[in-house]
Write a protein that binds this ligand. Sequence first.
Ligand code: GDP
Length: 333
Amino acid sequence: MRKRFTLQEYKEGVLSGDRTKLSQAITLAESSLESDLELASDLVQEILPYTGKSIRIGITGVPGVGKSTFIEAFGKMLVEQGKVVAVLAIDPSSQKSKGSILGDKTRMEKLAGDKRAFIRPSPTGATLGGVSSKTREAMLLCEAAGFDVILIETVGVGQSETAVKNMVDFFLLLMLSGAGDELQGIKKGIMEMADGVVIHKADGDNEENANRAKSVYRNALHLFPLGQNNWSTPVMTASSLTKEGLSDSWKMIEKFKDQMQRSGFWESNRASQRLGWLDENLQFLLGKFFLEHRQVQKMLSLNRPKVESGELSPLALARDLIEVFFQTKENHK
Ligand code: GDP
């Protein structure tokens, strides 16, 4: 049985930077038990005044681009500069594949063994909304525990990118240089989301290709209109093996921070993210309470076959279910 603590114990543990207590607090926030959810949301409220001081960086790229290796090398460089670094992940597919991106900690052995770093595997959850809300809470808990940099890794497929983009200050896209057809297969939407692009594995025989890809991407990005923050997305090359380009990547992020703080975008972006978090929680909690409602469940399992066979309209059933949900007083099961 997992040991539970009082709100005060969690709060003091987290604020004192106690790693064990921080882990336990994140586990609490990840729980789907109603009583845990309540305690976790009280805890997040309590630690809120101590959050917000870190740089939140999202890192994405297709599987195999070297995200784990990059995060390990980049994180190591940052801790050597005296920073404390937390690594979190969003991988909504992890439940199915059982291979959570950070589940295998050996992939970040060096960083995991460093006292100045904290690595937390991806939470599991049925929906992306649930998973991303939990990651956001984990991020706030890490900030309250005093971390300077939060790195959030995402799998680079599907919607998890948008979820991460919506909780970070800087969104970094890792790419590989292709064989001359760099622009093929790039999802334009992801390029538009990026605040910085790094052509990764720019080492050995690949260096020349990487430099070529850099010009291609630079040219392509020039065609995109500037976003609200007036930031033109830089493209650089890096290698996590030779460590070349890692400190320039950090400089790019610091420059972004400096520019955004001066323009006011840094804070206005965080403010709109907080509102987005509210919407996300509303949707997630409504869905959760709705699907856990006993009568809704009963009616749903009874009528699903009728929808499946085409006998009953999905819209009609959905409306009936909503009606049952709101008419029954006993909304918590
Ligand atoms: P992820 O799936 O994006 O997390 O990718 P990994 O970090 O697991 O890396 C995938 C493969 O690329 C591994 O075999 C790494 O050793 C290799 N790799 C990662 N970074 C570099 C790099 O900077 N240069 C080279 N040459 N290989 C790298």
